[in-house]
Every structure is written in C-alpha cells, then in structure tokens.
Design a protein. Sequence first.
Length: 173
Amino acid sequence: MKSQNNKTTIYWSLLSYKDWNLYIAATDKGLCYVGSQNNSFKELSGWAEKKFPGSPLEEDAEKLVHYAAEIMEYFEGKRKNFSVPFDYHGTEFQVEVWNALCEIPFGETKSYSDIANYINKPAAVRAVGAAIGANPVLITVPCHRVVGKNGSLTGYRGGLEMKEQLLDLERRI
C-alpha cells in the first residue's frame, strides 16, 4: 500500500519472545528489517529514514504476524529455514552476499573469505564484511553464522552477545 506521498509504507511491530525483544518491519513485498535484541525503536526509524526516506512507519502487528511466527519458531528450535518473502534494499553486491548467507546451513558457520569465494569474488573479503554488516534482516538472513577465519566471533550489528546467543541456540538443536 502506498501512502499519499507515493512512498512505501513500512509496517512494524515489536516481537517479544522470552528474553528477546526485536523490532521487525515489512513492506507489502516482504520482510525488510529485523532489529537488534532489546534495542530501541530509534534503530528501526533511523534505518527506515536512510533506506526509505520520507516513508511512513505504521505499527501493524497483524501485517507482521506471519513474519513474527517464523522468527518465534526459530527461537523454539522448530524452524531452521525461513520461507517468508524479503524486500531487500541494498546494492546488487550486498544482495548477492545476503543471498549467499542464506545458503549457510543451520548450525554451521562460514568465514568472510568463504563467502567471498562462494560468490566468486575471493579478493572482496572486506567488501563482503561491509555487506554483511549492512544486512537489514538479522536472524532471517543468518549473518550471525559468519565468523573470523580462525573461528572467532567478529562484529555483528546486534552485538556479539546476540550473535553468541543465536549460535548457541543453533548448536543446541
């Protein structure tokens, strides 16, 4: 649905599950944003203003119920892959990297150079890292599964604690 100013409406909701509180957002085309654990609404509104300047943000839990259900199923260990549609907004390179992340099997990790090799751009390790850092849909596009070459936990938009919790959740299942 377009608003009067012909901007894409971004529907949002706060997903709360046990200790997890995440802002999620979608357009009519699909999931476009999953926020950091226990972060403020400002994280979502700031991202939306950069990616969808002037677009209205409208709270609508009903429109997001399917997206929230899949994320909760993931937290419960009942879902290893997401079937919801996405509405990515990134460069062609970023989208290529984000799609590659979706190929990392549940419970496994890959290095940044693994991802660069997977997309046939082995020299683009730093650019791959930047694209991963720009992933707008945490958890559902599993950038938490990317670690340093030596297996160390590296940067994560949601913070290293959130990354560690997601990896632990996947190891337990």
